[in-house]
Design a protein. Sequence first.
Length: 492
Amino acid sequence: MSTTSPVAPCDFVVFGGTGDLTVRKLLPALYLRDRDDQLPTDTRIIAVSRSGLDTAGYRDKMRGELGRFVATESLDEAVLDRFLRRLEFVYLDATDHSTWEPLTTLLQEDADRIRVYYLACAPRLFGPISENLAAHGLVDRSSRVVLEKPIGHDLASAREINDAVGQVFEESQIFRIDHYLGKESVQNLLVTRFANSVLEPLWNSTCIDHVQITVSEELGVGARGEYYDTSGALRDMIQNHLLQVLCLVAMEPPTYVDRESVRDEKLKVLQALKPMTTEDAERDAVAGQYGPGLVNGAAVPGYKEEANNPDSRTETFVALKAEVRNWRWAGVPFYLRTGKRMERRHSEVVIAFKPVPHPMFPGSQGTSEPNRLVIQLQPKEGMRLHMTAKEPGPGGIRLRPVSLDLNYTEAFQLPSPDAYERLLMDVVRGNPTLFMRRDEVEAAWTWVEPILNSWAGSERAPRRYPAGTDGPSDAATLIERDGRTWNEGAHP
C-alpha cells in the first residue's frame, strides 16, 4: 500500500482561479490530496480572478466542476464538503493596485504559514503579479511561486520573465512546472536506469542504435485556438515536455538524486545538444498542420477552421532529429515527434538497441529483430521489453518476437496519481527536483529558437496531414532515410 504524509499548513493562492487549468487539474489534484489526508485542517485555497463571483458562488460552481473532473469512485460527499470549505474567492485585477486590498487582508490573517502563489494565467502577468505581491508585503522566505508554461515565446521573452520574477523571489522559491515530470512513468525513468545494474552498462552508444520520444494526442486545439495560434507545437510541447524527457533518458548518473543534482545533469544534456543551423532545420525538422479528417469514426474540422484563421501557418505537428554530443551518446540519433489530431493518444520512449552482430541460427525460420525497450507514459503507464525467443515445438528453430511486460497499475495494485498531485505537494515541501531551473529553461530556448527562426523565414507552409492519421509523410521520411522506422506496435 502507498502511504502519504501530510504537508505543512499553507495557503494556495491561485491566480486564474476560474480558468481551465484550475478547474480541470489543480482543484481535482488538491481534492484528491485532501481525500488522502495530506492537507492539514487549516490549509486554505484562495482563488483569484476577475470573474464576478463571491466565495459562496465559487464553492457552488466548483462543486459541479469537481463532479466532472474527479472520477465518480473518488468522490466522497464528506470529503467534498470539507474541501469546499477550504475555498475562498477574491476578485482581483492583477495589474490594478487598487484591487489588491482584499487579498492582502485575507493573507495577513495568518502571516506565518507557507504561501504558494500559483500563476495559472498568461505569462505576460508573471512579472506584474510578482511585483504587486512584493509591493503589498506578501512575500517572505517561506513563500513559493509556481510558473506555468510557456515561460515566454522565445529566449529574450523567457529571460525577461525570469528577470521580473527573480527580482521578487529567490531562485529556490521559483517552481517552473512541467507536469510531464510529475508522471510516475517519467520519474521511473531514473529508477529504471540507475537502480537496475543490468541496464546502465548498456545505456550508451555501444549498445543503443537510436531513441524515439513520441507524444501524440487525438484532440485538436479546441477552445485553446487563440492561444495555440501564437504558440504552435514546437513551443507548446518540444521546448519543455519532450526535451525534459530527453534529458532524463540521456543524463549522466548523479551522485545522489537530490534537489539540484538531477537538474545539474539535465542542464548538461541541453548544453550538449548539437545546435540547429538553418540547413539542419530544413533537413532534420518537420512541421505539420492537421486538416479535416476522421477521429474515432467522427468527422472533425481542420486546424484552420478550429483556430478561425484561414491563413494560419502554425504547426500542430513536429518531428525532428536531435543529437547529444558527448561521450555516451556520440552517433546516437534522438527522434522526437508530437502532434494533435493524431490516430491515437499515446506517449512513449523507445530505446532501440543495435542488432546482434552475427546471425547465429542459419537455416532458422522467422527473424531476429533488434531489442527494444518501450516505456509507455500514457495512457497506460508501463514498460515492454521486446526480445526474440524460440517458438516451442520440434522440427528446427523458429524465431519469434516476444515481450516482457510491466503494467504499473497491475504490478502495484494502485492507480497512478495525476502528475499535479505529486508536484503540488513538492511545492509545499520546497522540493524543486522535478521542476525546471532558470538555466534549463533558457538552454532549451537556445536550442529551439534557430528552428523557429528557420520556419519563420521559410516560404514553405507546414505539411498538411488528415486528422486521425500519424502525421505528414515527411515525418516518416525523416527517420526512414536513416534506415529506421517509427515504433507503431502494440503497447502495454
